[in-house]
Design a protein around this ligand. Structure first.
Ligand code: HEM
Length: 353
């Protein structure tokens, strides 16, 4: 068993090496990403940033109950609305994936990322606000909204039965946010080349792309997101023929209304396991971008490996890739732009830009 796992790790490393290097020169690094701004293939270097001043001990002295307060609040809110757990995991991706993990997604003014139509299904903002006001009582002015979102997304993942990853803290919050930047986060209809380019621009690699897409082992998609795949595929009145026929029937019946939802993992929607990859191999991916991962020869072997290996393999790599994602493009230190917001939805100056 051990050998199988080790050989799969080797397989993954080998697979990761070649496709990402193609064309990388043209893609921007992430800056502030621990000297690993050429794409971050080497997990030993990129697991934690080396020069961006984030620290595992950041709150130990200044706000020792930081993580405890976040954990308790997440537990309290998800107890009454379990769907907030997946929503938080999505929210951190939409924060880090735009201008870096700087809480820009939380700013709530006309023209911000949050007000963009592409962000309309994002949720969890009130929970983050509540955590912030609780933290302001015990450590006023010290906990950034970007750190809170980072901690809350991990708390939600762990509480959902997902893996733990160590979070380094010390992020500062952006002072501005622009709706036009939202196009940086992939929608559900890109091809693998476009997804890879996006992930490379974050300093993430092909393995990170495949493993972080595995977040879709939990949570829901609105039917409105996939209706064109079901009723209007490529401008016809038909269904994407690559969807497994019985599953396509089910989706068509379930998705008559755009406001309905379907589980991103049809088989074990509440379990943080590798079923998502098994589904992809059976052509049961909900989003086009999910299903593309098995069609593309660069990502298909990784999907196969995660589908065939014990779930622990996916869970461990998910933790590694999340620890990388939450360090993308962070603002740190007094000398850089950024602030510790008093209220997560507003900049301290109160100005929109
Ligand atoms: C690879 C590129 C990705 C694409 C194209 C993508 C796209 C989407 C789309 C279209 C939805 C459904 C939204 C809706 O209908 O409202 C969704 C949901 C979700 N995504 Fe992704 N996603 C990607 C990567 C990620 C990553 C990296 C994470 C986190 C690490 C993530 C976590 C989630 C979660 C948890 C949900 C369910 C949210 C809920 O139930 O409220 N996604 N994603």
């Amino acid at each position: 068993m051990k050998l199988a796992v080790v050989s799969a790790v080797v397989l993954l490393v080998v697979l990761v090496a070649w496709p990402v290097s193609a064309g990388r020169k043209d893609l921007p690094g992430t800056g502030g990403y621990g000297g690993d701004d050429d794409g971050g293939d080497d997990d030993t270097q990129s697991w934690f940033p080396l020069d961006n001043q984030l620290s595992l001990n950041y709150y130990d002295k200044i706000c020792p109950n930081f993580e405890k307060i976040v954990d308790n609040k997440v537990r309290e809110w998800t107890k009454s609305d379990a769907s907030l757990g997946p929503a938080l995991l999505r929210l951190i991706f939409h924060d880090c994936g735009v201008t870096g993990c700087d809480a820009s997604v939380l700013l709530d003014y006309e023209g911000t990322e949050r007000r963009s139509p592409a962000s309309k299904n994002l949720r969890g903002f009130e929970l983050i606000d509540d955590i912030k006001s609780e933290l302001e009582k015990s450590c006023p002015g010290l906990a950034s909204c970007a750190d809170i979102l980072t901690a809350a997304s991990r708390a939600a993942t762990v509480q959902l039965g997902g893996p733990y990853w160590p979070n380094a803290y010390g992020r500062r919050d952006s002072k501005a946010s622009y709706a036009r930047d939202v196009e940086k986060v992939p929608s559900g209809r890109r091809d693998v080349t476009a997804l890879l380019e996006t992930f490379q621009s974050y300093g993430l690699n092909i393995l990170d792309l495949v493993v972080l897409s595995g977040a879709h082992t939990i949570g829901q998609a609105y039917c409105g997101t996939i209706q064109s795949r079901l009723y209007n595929y490529n401008g016809t009145s038909g269904t994407d023929p690559s969807i497994e026929p019985k599953y396509a029937d089910y989706l068509r019946r379930k998705c008559r209304w755009a406001t309905e939802t379907v589980s991103l993992d049809a088989i074990t929607p509440a379990v943080f396991d590798n079923q998502y990859y098994i589904n992809l191999q059976k052509n049961m991916g909900v989003l086009t971008t999910d299903q593309e991962l098995v069609k593309d020869p660069r990502t298909a072997p990784l999907v196969k490996a995660f589908a065939e290996q014990p779930p622990q393999m996916f869970r461990q790599q998910f933790a590694v890739s999340m620890a990388k994602l939450v360090n993308v493009g962070v603002l740190t230190g007094e000398d850089r732009t950024g602030e510790i917001r008093k209220v997560c939805s507003k900049s301290n100056s109160g100005a929109a830009y």
